[in-house]
Design a protein around this ligand. Structure first.
Ligand code: FPP
Length: 266
C-alpha cells in the first residue's frame, strides 16, 4: 500500500468529522454538557476482563470528548467520575478509580493546559486520598487562568449532599444576619452549590442504557434535556460520532421551559 492510500481513510474520517462539526456549529450550541459515564464494568465483563480494564478504557474515551467539546466552542463540560455512593464498591475498585484519576491528571495536564482547558472539580475533595487531592490541586492551580473549555470533574460528588451543604451555609448566613430570609431565592441557592456561577446544563448524556440520574446535579437539571444511550453503548465505546448524535438530537428539540413558545437559545 502506498502512503497516499494509507492516509485516504483517515482523511475521509477527518472530513466527515469536520462536516458534522460545521453542521452542529451552524445551530445553537449548548453552553454546558454533563455526562454520566456509565458502563465501564459491563464493557470489561463482556470481554472477560477485570472491571479495572473498563475504567482504564473509560479514561481513554475522555480525551476525544474534551477535544471535540473544545472545538465546538462548548464552554462547560461536567464529568461524573466518582459519586458519594461509589465508596460502597470493593476497596480495590475504589483504589483503581482513584489511581486512574491521578494517572490521568499526571499524564494529560500539560496537554490540557496547552489547549487552554480549565480544570475544576465539584464534590467534597477534602475526603479523597492525599495523592488524589494533591494532583487535583495541581491541575486546578495550573489551569486556573485558562479561558477555553472548563472541565468540571465530579469526584466524591452527590447532589443531595451538595444541597445539604448549601442549605447549611445559607442557614449559617441567616443566623449571623449576613443574609435576610427574603433574600433566599433560586439564584441564591444555585450560587451556593458547587456549580455556583456555572450555567445549568443544557444537555445531560448517560451511556450504558440506564434511565436514571443517580444523584447527579439534581437542582441544576430542572430544565436540562436528557439523552440516554441504548443499553449496548458503554462509556469506553462512546465515540465522537455518538457525541455528535447526542448534540444534534439536542439541537432538534424544542425547549419550552414550561411555556409554550420555542426558545432558540441553547
Ligand atoms: C461507571 O461505570 C463509571 C464509574 C463509576 C467511574 C468512572 C471513572 C472514570 C472513567 C475514571 C476517572 C475519570 C476521569 C475524569 C479521569 P460502572 O463501573 O458503574 O459500570 P457498570 O454500570 O457497567 O458496572
Amino acid at each position: 500500500m502506498n502512503f497516499e492510500n494509507f492516509l485516504k481513510p483517515r482523511r475521509k474520517k477527518q472530513e466527515k468529522d469536520q462536516n458534522r462539526i460545521d453542521d452542529i456549529k451552524s445551530k445553537p450550541i449548548p453552553k454546558h454538557i454533563c455526562i454520566i459515564m456509565d458502563g465501564n464494568g459491563r464493557w470489561a465483563e463482556k470481554r472477560g476482563l477485570p472491571r479495572s480494564a473498563g475504567h482504564r478504557q473509560g479514561v481513554e474515551a475522555i480525551r476525544d470528548i474534551i477535544k471535540i467539546t473544545s472545538e465546538l466552542g462548548i464552554k462547560y463540560l461536567t464529568l461524573y467520575a466518582f459519586s458519594t455512593e461509589n465508596w460502597k464498591r470493593p476497596k480495590k475498585e475504589v483504589e483503581t478509580i482513584m489511581d486512574l484519576l491521578v494517572e490521568y491528571l499526571n499524564r494529560e495536564l500539560d496537554n490540557l493546559h496547552k489547549n487552554n482547558v480549565k480544570i475544576m472539580t465539584i464534590g467534597d475533595i477534602s475526603l479523597l486520598p492525599r495523592k488524589v487531592y494533591e494532583e487535583i490541586e495541581k491541575a486546578v492551580n495550573k489551569t486556573r487562568y485558562n479561558t477555553g473549555v472548563q472541565v468540571n470533574i465530579a469526584i466524591n460528588y452527590g447532589a443531595r449532599s451538595e444541597i445539604v451543604m448549601a442549605v447549611k451555609e445559607i442557614a449559617r448566613k441567616v443566623a449571623s444576619k449576613e443574609l435576610n430570609l427574603e433574600e433566599i431565592d433560586e439564584k441564591l441557592i444555585s450560587d451556593h452549590l458547587y456549580t455556583g456561577g456555572i450555567p445549568d446544563p443544557d444537555l445531560l448524556i448517560r451511556t450504558g442504557g440506564d434511565w436514571r440520574i443517580s444523584n447527579f446535579l439534581l437542582y441544576q437539571i430542572a430544565y436540562t434535556e436528557l439523552w440516554f444511550s441504548d443499553a449496548t453503548l458503554y462509556w469506553p465505546d462512546f465515540s465522537i460520532n455518538n457525541y455528535f448524535d447526542a448534540i444534534s438530537d439536542f439541537q432538534n428539540r424544542q425547549r419550552r421551559y414550561g411555556g409554550i413558545e420555542t426558545r432558540k437559545d441553547g
